[in-house]
Structure formats: C-alpha cells, structure tokens
Design a protein around this ligand. Structure first.
Ligand SMILES: Nc1nc2c(ncn2[C@@H]2O[C@H](COP(=O)(O)OP(=O)(O)O)[C@@H](O)[C@H]2O)c(=O)[nH]1
Ligand SMILES: [Mg+2]
Length: 311
C-alpha cells in the first residue's frame, strides 16, 4: 500500500489546484508579448517560488524565446517546465546498497522543523523496503526528546539507542552505529538537537557527531540530511545555509508541505542550498511522507488532469 503513494499525496493535489488557478491566465495567453511576461512573473510570485528563482526563470525564458524564435505559448510552457525540473534535478537517490556496512542518516535542523517525526516516517518507509533499522537518540539536549523518539520506536517496532539526558550526543551516535554494525542492520538513523545555530557550539557538536560516526563507517555510507519546514521564510533559509556549509548536507527533507499549498518553496530551497530534496513531509502521521520526484512534481503542478499518473 505504502509504495503506491510514494510520490503522490492529497497535499500535492491541493498544490496543483492552486497552481492551475495561479497559472491559468498564463497558460491561456495566446501571444508572447509584454503582458504575457508580466502574467508569468506574477504567477511565479504568487506561487511562492521567490524573487531569485522567478527572475532566473524569466531571464532564461526570455533568452530561449529569442534564440529559438518561439512565438507559441504552449512551447514556452514546456520550456518553463524543463527549466523548473532542471532546478530541482540533482541526484537524490538515497537507495541503500545491499552493503555489509550499514548506511547511516544523520538528521539535522533547527528546533521544531519535524526532525524526530520525520525520522519515524523514514524508518517506516525503509521498513516497508524490508530494511532493518536502528534509531539513535542523540538529541540529548531537549527535555523529553529521547522519550519522544522511543515512543515512535515502540510504535514501529524499531530499537532506539539512548543514553541519559544531557550526555554526549557523539557517544550516542557512536553506539548507534556500533550496534547497527554488530547486529548487521541496514540502516541507522540518528536524531540530533536543534538549538539555533547562533549558539555556535551546535555546529561544533554536529561536526563531532559526524566524526564519531566516520570512525566506524566510510563517509560515503553516511548521509547528512537537513530537515526544513516548508513554511519558513528567508530567515529560515539563511539558517539552513549554515547547516549545509558547515556539515555538507547530502539531502533535504522538506516538512509541513500540508501547511502551504503553494509548493513554490521547493524551488527556492533547492536553488539556495544547492542540495536536492529527498522526501516531502505532508502531515503528522507516519504515512505522510512522499518520495520526491522532480519530474512528477513539476508535471503535477501544470497538469489540468486530476488523474495524472506517476511517472
Ligand atoms: N502538519 C505537519 N506537521 C508536522 C510535519 N512534520 C512534523 N510535524 C509536526 O511538527 C512538530 C515538531 O516536530 P518534531 O518532530 O518534534 O520536530 P523536531 O524538533 O525537529 O524534532 C510536531 O508537532 C510534529 O507533529 C508535517 O509534515 N506536517
Ligand atoms: Mg526532535
């Protein structure tokens, strides 16, 4: 069942409904004239793609339209779709090799973005792919964080490695990876604290966790994934940049897409952080996780068809 909606959800239906309303005047335009470009710009803005991405796309389309002497809007819409896919398209394949060494996901991001919840969803996702998983409660800072992960672990029947509140998170991470290796598991997922980066010791702490994991496994078996709340504004993106520049994040887990049906945030997030989106969080329950597929995502946005099939 779960696999049937891996790249589709009702939330994406809502986003599509909004985009088709926002872009209707653009799609219906007959001539490529000044008004056409104004309509495109406005459609992009109201769909939340952000000023940088909107300007980038409009400039690019202007150049292509001129070079290829395009005067049909339909043709230009296809080019726009390809450019949008191009922004989102970087390798984001988190497929887990059937390796003898476990793959480790280190989950980072500021408080409240949905790290712990997304860890439970990811564990469930990979369980359905028949992987054996262990979780590590390395958010030893926030009161109740260890217990929160354990509750999820019980729910999905996955063991959680934990130490006491206030203990060294790097030691928890080390023990989690060690347990994954000795129990011959496929995946270890490590939760972390999300105090604001302005307390510079968070980055140092996360780097230390990373180093302790890499004492046990090669770096290519580690994916550092940043969790971002899709309702964040520019300020949140600036904070996220600190994580990606300090830790070299491999992928983005974009949560709370159900809180914004505009969907345009995916473009500014990927463009700003130069990091691919791996999964979308679309609600608070375990199954509210959608595998991100750029082709599907963009085609869905522009589709007038309620029954767009997965690509
Ligand atoms: N609506 C919605 N809420 C979410 C989503 N992901 C997480 N949350 C909620 O966000 C809140 C904070 O989540 P938590 O996992 O504790 O965040 P953390 O501090 O980063 O670990 C909780 O109330 C979650 O239920 C999502 O995709 N959609
Ligand atoms: Mg948490």
């Amino acid at each position: 069942m779960f696999n049937n909606y891996r790249i589709h959800s009702k939330v994406l239906d809502k986003t599509r409904a909004l985009w088709s309303t926002n872009f209707l005047p653009f799609i219906k335009s007959e001539k490529i004239d000044n008004e056409f470009w104004d309509i495109l710009e406005e459609s992009l803005y109201i769909s939340d793609v952000g000023i940088d991405v909107a300007s980038f796309l409009i400039e690019k389309l202007h150049v292509i339209a001129k070079e290829k002497r395009i005067n049909e809007t339909k043709e230009l819409i296809n080019i726009l779709k390809n450019e949008m896919i191009g922004i989102l398209d970087s390798p984001n394949n988190l497929s887990i090799n059937d390796n003898k060494i476990p793959h480790v996901f280190l989950i980072v991001g500021i408080n409240g973005v949905g790290k712990t919840t997304t860890i439970a969803k990811l564990a469930k996702y990979y369980q359905l792919e028949r992987k054996n998983i262990i979780l590590g409660a390395a958010d030893t800072f926030r009161a109740g964080a260890i217990e929160q992960l354990k509750v999820w672990g019980d729910k999905i029947n996955v063991n959680v490695v934990s130490h006491e509140e206030g203990s060294d998170p790097a030691a928890v991470a080390y023990d989690t990876v060690n347990a994954a290796i000795s129990r011959k598991l496929d995946i270890g997922i490590i939760d972390t604290a999300g105090r604001l980066h302005t307390k510079t010791n968070l980055m140092e702490e996360l780097k230390k966790i990373k180093r302790s994991i890499c004492k046990l496994i090669p770096e290519n078996q580690l994916s550092v994934l940043i969790v971002l709340d899709s309702t964040i504004g520019q300020n949140g993106l600036t904070q996220a940049e600190k994580f990606t520049s300090n830790l070299g994040c491999n992928g983005i887990l974009l949560t709370k897409l159900d809180g914004t049906s505009k969907g345009g945030i995916v473009f500014s997030v990927v463009k700003t952080l130069e990091t691919p989106i791996c999964f979308l969080g679309t609600g608070e329950s375990l199954s509210d996780l959608v595998k991100f597929n750029s082709n599907y995502f963009v085609n869905n946005l522009f589709s007038q068809d309620d029954n767009l099939k997965e690509v």
